[in-house]
Write a protein that binds this ligand. Structure first.
Ligand SMILES: [Zn+2]
Length: 398
């Protein structure tokens, strides 16, 4: 048993942190939380002293693409799609390491080529790679020529093929199913293009995923695409940009988890300002981003379950950039503690792992971040990482 003496504990369940307490870890789980009199004197003397630090649950990023490292240069980025499996795999291993160093102890990879995400999940589980716990969708499913098909996606058309595509991912160790309901945002036209999956295809895929007990993560932007996603009964809505107020209210009423992925929008805006390209005109990107932020703010006020997720691998978004997504959620009016919960306990619910991770409670996996400073007082403290533990084991120290 290891006992930690903690200055400030943010356990992920309460709005107020707990001061000066002890946390016990046995093997990979939390086994006790209490004050000095709850533990034997020899245990207290052997305690690991974090009395000067803040301890919080390991962060969970439910939307990453491990095969891509989030390059900002558009030309370099275009080259990445042509790289071979070995090169891509080595880059992905580096991304894993980077992730854990930023206090992210669980990621969900929502699609990539060569089965790399499944391979990395196994490598981490077997102790052959250092990194966060990996959940994966394996291949993202789109229609033929649909969004992200070029990133090793599974193209499928018609209800039968959609069903088969879902079954293939399940057979290939997918933890969830990723569907590309629409394309990405067009910042010139200010729309998300057509809804790519027909209603019949969307229903077929989602029904099969549900039958196989796999949560469904749906990429959708624009009013029509988001509405079709919600109509069919998804688990998490990914992005959800370019919606109107009525659609935001539908998101709230449907009770889905919304992962708005604010960081990529911020990074695209930076890029647009610095380069003024045809596809990323600064004004156009800004208009979309401002509207997106306003909808997130409105949704939070209305009680929507909002989850922090980075889309790491997207233009300029580095793995482990969860600290920035948390900050951006607070800029949308979420209190800091709510934004931290969105990156821990609520994220665990969204990916179906609430019984195992996301909060510091007895019986859960001991995933911890030790910070030199209280993030509730100053959110920049979330980057002052002293140590990271995953399942009771120290996996990083500054
Ligand atoms: Zn993505």
């Amino acid at each position: 048993m290891t006992l930690f003496k903690i200055g400030l504990l943010i356990d992920g369940t309460k709005d107020k942190p707990r001061e000066a307490c002890y946390l016990a870890v046995e093997n990979d789980k939390f086994t006790g939380i209490g004050c000095a009199q709850d533990f034997a004197s020899e245990q207290l003397t052997a305690a690991v002293d974090y009395s000067q630090y803040t301890v919080m649950p390991g962060l969970i990023d439910p939307h990453v693409h491990l095969f891509l490292e989030g390059i900002s240069d558009m030309k370099q980025r275009a080259q990445r799609w042509k790289e071979d499996k070995d090169t891509t795999l080595l880059r992905a291993v580096t991304n894993l390491t980077r992730t854990i160093r930023q206090g992210v102890t669980t990621v969900r990879d929502l699609g990539g080529p060569f089965g790399i995400n499944v391979f990395l999940k196994k490598a981490v589980n077997q102790g052959n790679a250092l990194g966060p716990r990996v959940l994966t969708a394996r291949q993202a499913i789109s229609i033929t020529g649909g969004h992200f098909h070029y990133a090793g996606g599974r193209e499928a058309d018609g209800a039968e093929e959609m069903t088969k595509a879902v079954r293939e991912q399940a057979r290939g160790s997918a933890d969830c199913i990723k569907l590309m309901m629409t394309g990405s945002v067009n910042f010139v036209r200010q729309d998300a293009g057509i809804v790519e999956l027909s209603l019949v295809e969307a229903k077929a895929a989602i029904n099969e995923a549900r039958r196989l007990k796999k949560p469904v993560a749906v990429h959708a932007n624009g009013v029509d695409g988001v509405r079709q996603a919600l109509d069919t009964g998804i688990t998490t809505l990914e992005h959800g940009a370019l919606i109107d107020e009525a659609t935001q209210e539908y998101i709230t009423a449907s009770g889905v988890y919304w992962i708005p992925t604010l960081v990529p929008f911020e990074r695209m805006l930076d890029y647009g300002r610095n380069h003024q390209t045809k596809t990323l005109p600064a004004e156009g990107v800004e208009r979309v981003y401002v509207r997106h932020q306003a909808m997130v703010a409105r949704a939070y006020q209305a009680g929507t379950k909002i989850v922090a997720g980075t889309d790491a691998g997207a233009l300029g978004v580095k793995h482990g950039d969860m600290w920035r997504e948390i900050q951006l959620l607070t800029e949308c009016g979420m209190p800091t503690i709510a934004a931290l919960h969105a990156a821990t306990g609520v994220a665990a619910e969204a990916i179906g792992m609430a019984n195992e991770i996301g909060t510091i409670e007895i019986g859960k996996r001991a995933d911890l971040v030790v910070l030199d400073g209280n993030p509730l007082m100053d959110l920049t403290n979330i980057r002052k990482i002293v140590k990271v533990y995953k399942a009771g084991k120290e996996v990083f120290h500054a």
